[in-house]
Design a protein around this ligand. Structure first.
Ligand SMILES: [Mg+2]
Length: 251
């Protein structure tokens, strides 16, 4: 990640340390419960979340997706799964070096001859979010609180069936104004035209949106280039930097 990337991450935020944050809150007589680094959003009307690896973390589920992709390529090419796994790894590395950015699994499988539609049809029956995830009360409360102030959306490279099962298992299905999946365009993130179409569909300008994701190249680089605020997270705790202080007001 370059200095410019870091700059764009914080472009529309104020990152306020606990000390300064608490002093500002007490000056405004706002009660607070949130300790740690917090984020104050300005001019943001919509928050657009990636799903997998952003609203939950599960190595087991990630392994299941990876295994399903390996089996799909093995069948497609008529090769052993171990060979298919090597092929996926090498293809991802080659594409990422050529483009200079990380490559999503759907794009890797397309490069190997399986269309995004075939890929998703193949992996859906083999992936079981219900085995790995459960209702997350803290996440439910965070999103319910954010929903009072912002429009909330999902934008994912996952398909609608698995996304819907994942959201339902986490207990957050009803908290989004809209869910954008691979079926909307069959063009995986990052894709400028799919992103433009999403923004047009929600009626928001890039600068009115905050994108939240776990992979900068895939989820955030393009929105940042287009003028959106972005937030890179590496753990579920990072998400809670979006928590609104008790009293419902930010300074
Ligand atoms: Mg992700």
């Amino acid at each position: 990640m370059t200095k410019n990337d870091l700059f764009s991450i914080v472009k529309h935020f104020e990152l306020i340390t606990t000390d300064r944050y608490c002093r500002r809150l007490s000056r405004h007589n706002v009660p607070y419960k949130h300790l740690g680094v917090s984020i104050v959003l300005s001019g943001i009307h919509a928050i657009i979340f990636d799903l997998d690896g952003t609203l939950y973390f599960s190595d087991g589920l990630a392994r299941e997706v990876s295994l399903a992709a390996t089996r799909f390529i093995a069948r497609l090419k008529g090769i052993e799964p171990d060979t298919a796994a090597d092929m996926i790894r090498e293809t991802r590395a080659r594409l990422s070096i050529a483009s200079g950015v990380d490559t999503p699994l759907t794009t890797v499988c397309s490069e190997l001859g399986g269309s995004p539609r075939q890929f998703h049809e193949a992996i859906t029956p083999a992936v079981t979010p219900e085995l790995y995830l459960k209702r997350d009360e803290r996440l439910v409360n965070l999103l319910a609180s954010l929903k009072k102030r912002y429009e909330l959306y999902i934008y994912t490279n996952n398909n609608s069936t698995l996304s819907s099962r994942t959201l339902s298992t986490l207990g957050i299905s009803d908290l989004f104004n809209g869910v954008f999946t691979i079926e909307d365009s069959w063009r995986p993130k990052p894709d400028r035209s799919a992103l433009r179409s999403l923004l047009s569909s929600i009626g928001r300008l890039p600068e009115e949106c905050l994108f939240v994701g776990d992979r900068y190249d895939i989820d955030l680089r393009l929105p940042a280039e287009m003028g959106s605020a972005v937030m890179l997270i590496s753990s579920l705790d990072d998400l809670f930097r979006l928590e609104i202080p008790a009293g419902g007001k930010t300074p």
